[in-house]
Design a protein around this ligand. Structure first.
Ligand code: ADP
Length: 226
């Protein structure tokens, strides 16, 4: 499949988790702008320093910066057969840049919209913990570690991601409503293929099953129609 799968949904909708499943299933890389930005912060480099304050407040980082990061990442050889975009695009300007870039690269986009109820998001994010060493995500209700507060893989103490604090979560949700959610209409207008998946309930594996079923259905429709 020479496709960019665009995982779309509010913070806490499970984009990261579903991206990992998609990576395992299709063997194409995940491009998470959030992870890339956190990497820069961890390395304390120039980019990291310039984005840290905005990220910690829950606001979006400048379009030019994320666009340049994604352009550079998408031109790597491991993306020739496609990729999974997680957390990008988030603004109209990013979406426009992305569609041009995909055209240049000969990839077509398929948007997977994870639809989740607002209250469920708040509950999910407030229970979220991450391993500072290996990055594994846990959740006190849906995916607890075997020993509370400790990573199953490496025994490291779990932490709350800086931008998962409640006031920051509210800001992130607002940024989503204001800047990102309207992109669904933009994608529709552009004629992008779009899957809507109910991601409010059920285990992550079951939601992934739904995504795969929808993808298969779409593929066969496309084949039949062409
Ligand atoms: P979530 O989807 O749970 O909000 P992410 O890891 O995708 O988490 O993003 C965390 C933060 O990184 C965002 O709040 C924002 O500050 C920054 N960020 C990530 N991706 C983008 C993007 N495409 N454009 C602007 N800022 C971004």
């Amino acid at each position: 499949m020479r496709k960019a799968l665009v995982l779309f949904g509010p913070p806490g909708s499970g984009k990261g988790t579903q991206s990992k499943f998609l990576v395992a299933r299709f063997g194409i890389p995940q491009i998470s702008t959030g992870d890339m930005l956190r990497d820069h912060i961890a390395r304390r480099d120039q980019i990291g320093k310039s984005v840290q304050a905005r990220m910690e407040s829950g606001a979006l980082v400048r379009d030019e910066l994320v666009n340049a990061m994604v352009r550079e990442r998408l031109s790597q050889p491991d993306c020739v057969n496609g990729c999974i975009l997680d957390g990008y695009p988030r603004t109209r300007q990013q979406a426009e840049v992305l569609l041009d870039l995909l055209k240049e690269l000969g990839l077509s986009e398929l948007v997977i919209h994870l639809v989740v109820d607002y209250n469920i998001i708040i509950a999910r994010i407030s229970g979220r913990r991450v391993c500072p060493k290996c990055g594994t995500l846990y959740n006190s209700s849906s995916r607890p570690p075997r020993v509370p507060g400790v990573c199953d893989r490496d025994g490291e103490n779990l932490v709350i991601r800086e931008d998962d604090r409640e006031s920051v979560v509210r800001e992130r949700l607002e940024a989503y409503e204001r800047q990102t959610r309207p992109l669904i209409d933009f994608f529709r207008q552009q004629g992008s293929r779009l899957l809507e998946v109910d991601a409010s309930h059920g285990a992550p594996e079951a939601i992934f099953g739904q995504i795969l079923a929808d993808l298969n259905r779409l593929e066969s429709e496309v084949t039949l129609g062409s």
